[in-house]
Design a protein around this ligand. Structure first.
Ligand SMILES: Cc1cc2nc3c(=O)[nH]c(=O)nc-3n(C[C@H](O)[C@H](O)[C@H](O)COP(=O)(O)O)c2cc1C
Length: 220
């Protein structure tokens, strides 16, 4: 599975098999997370076999089942782009996990922050978590806003790379599927912005990662 396929096949999965993540996958995830932490300066951690964080009333209301593993996205509170950075590098892990045959779900609200087992240092913040495991299903394709609401050029005028980036951006997970982002073509680059709050800034990082991975062009 290549990156574009992984972006297309990824959907939020909230019900998991009661099957621990294999040793082989744990080793790959440890290498991946340590690489992403060095690149991003974040303090991302993975927690296995701990059901409490996703066993709250809120989590059950959101239909989480057997969600016993999660990735905690933790970073320095003083970073001005902490939320966007969390989104960008978290999505890098999500897409790599999809390529390994694992399923995920970004979670900003429906989990217990108190029961999260991540180590959160002085001056750090737990931005959100990502559930991870072997899905009971592959999730469902979300509805997307049309191109015209998400970018400034008509589909027929898009360069090939830009269209590939847009399609991947439209497939990106966003909180409540709000898709509060806007993409503008500026020369050979794409400018992606949002006017939303902190959750929309996590989404912005996620969307930028998808756009760059599928188009091969850096976003500004
Ligand atoms: C930043 C962020 C926060 C999210 N928080 C939650 C959450 O608290 N509970 C939940 O069930 N889903 C949550 N989601 C998942 C979204 O509802 C989901 O990504 C969106 O509906 C699109 O569906 P898809 O991921 O299947 O493409 C979150 C997604 C993102 C990106």
């Amino acid at each position: 599975m290549n990156i574009r396929e992984a972006i297309r096949e990824r959907h939020s999965v909230r019900q998991y098999k009661a099957e621990p993540i294999s040793q082989e996958h744990r080793e790959k995830l440890a290498d991946l997370i340590s690489e992403v932490n060095s690149e991003s300066g974040l303090h991302i951690q993975i927690i296995y076999d701990e059901p409490a964080c996703l066993d709250s009333v809120l989590a059950r209301f959101s239909k989480f089942r057997n969600a016993e593993n999660y990735i905690a996205i933790v970073g320095d509170k003083s970073l001005s782009d902490l939320h966007e950075r969390a989104g960008y590098f978290g999505e890098k892990i999500v897409i790599a996990a999809q390529m390994m045959g694992l399923n995920t779900c970004w979670i900003g609200g429906s989990f217990s922050r108190r029961k999260c087992e991540a180590a959160i240092g002085e001056g750090e913040k737990l931005v959100c978590i990502i559930a991870i495991g072997y899905g009971l299903n592959e999730g469902f394709k979300h509805r997307s806003k049309p191109f015209a609401k998400l970018c400034n050029i008509p589909e027929e005028e898009m360069p090939v790379w830009f269209k590939a980036g847009m399609i991947a951006a439209m497939m990106a997970p966003t909180a409540l599927n709000m898709q509060e982002f806007f993409v503008e073509l500026q020369g050979e680059e794409a400018l992606i912005t949002t006017e939303g709050g902190s959750m929309a800034h996590i989404d912005l990082g996620i969307v930028k990662y998808n756009f760059e991975a599928a188009s091969g062009h850096k976003c500004i």
